[in-house]
Every structure is written in structure tokens, then in C-alpha cells.
Design a protein around this ligand. Structure first.
Ligand code: SF4
Ligand code: SF4
Length: 116
């Protein structure tokens, strides 16, 4: 599959995202099992106001990549979630018959204190 040209964006599209209960659980587990040094380094990075609390600015990537919410995985590949740097990749249709039950917004409703 063709990939998005994310390197260099520095979290441009990583703002608050909706999360499900199950996604929160997975993120919590990941955060709790991170080596303290790495976790603390990730938590205390300087980010733009509104940038996702898990965006790893120093390494220009998602800090919780393996457990990132589904909406983050979909971004850029669905017609409703277009990346302006490669809009031609947004070809998939959303399954509107299967709405996910979101419990809140990561970064707004769930901040670092929730995950520790
Ligand atoms: S999805 Fe698009 S805007 Fe977001 S980081 Fe990747 S290239 Fe940049
Ligand atoms: S969880 Fe990762 S991919 Fe999703 S918005 Fe946050 S930093 Fe970006």
C-alpha cells in the first residue's frame, strides 16, 4: 500500500481524536508498561497547543503508534479524512452502518493524568 509522506509534518494533523473505551484501555496499558524514562520524556515534550498529547515531537512520529486510535489509522485513506499532502490516497468509503461508540476526545477529555 502506498504510504503518506508524514516525515517532516511534525504532527500537523495530530490534534484531538475520538477514542473508544477499548482504545483507551490499550493506550493505558502501553503507557504503564513504557520505561519510565521514555514515558517521562514523551510526556514532557513541548507541543503546540492542541497537538495530541502523545505526539512525539522529538522523533516526528506518533508516540503510541502500535495502539493509536482507529481514526488515526484511517486518516489519509478515507474520502472523509483527506491528507492535503497526498489527497489521492483517500479512496476508501467509511462504513457508516458500523458507528463506533466513542467515550470522549483524546487530548481534551483524556490527558496524561488519565493514563498513569
Ligand atoms: S497524514 Fe498528511 S498531514 Fe498528517 S502527518 Fe501525514 S502527511 Fe502530514
Ligand atoms: S494518537 Fe498518535 S497518530 Fe493519533 S493523533 Fe495522537 S500522535 Fe497522532
Amino acid at each position: 500500500m502506498d504510504t503518506l509522506p508524514c516525515l517532516g509534518c511534525k504532527g500537523l494533523c495530530c490534534g484531538p481524536v475520538p477514542v473508544t473505551e477499548n482504545e483507551l484501555k490499550k493506550i493505558k496499558k502501553k503507557i504503564k508498561t513504557m520505561p519510565v524514562k521514555i514515558r517521562s520524556e514523551l510526556e514532557n515534550q513541548k507541543r503546540y497547543y492542541g497537538t495530541c498529547i502523545f505526539y512525539d515531537t522529538n522523533n516526528d512520529r506518533c508516540g503510541i503508534h502500535s495502539v493509536r486510535p482507529e481514526i488515526c489509522r484511517m486518516f489519509g485513506y478515507y474520502k472523509e479524512l483527506v491528507c492535503f499532502r497526498k489527497p489521492e490516497l483517500a479512496t476508501k468509503n467509511m462504513n457508516t452502518n458500523d458507528p463506533k461508540k466513542h467515550v470522549g476526545m483524546l487530548t481534551i477529555d483524556f490527558t496524561w493524568s488519565y493514563f498513569k
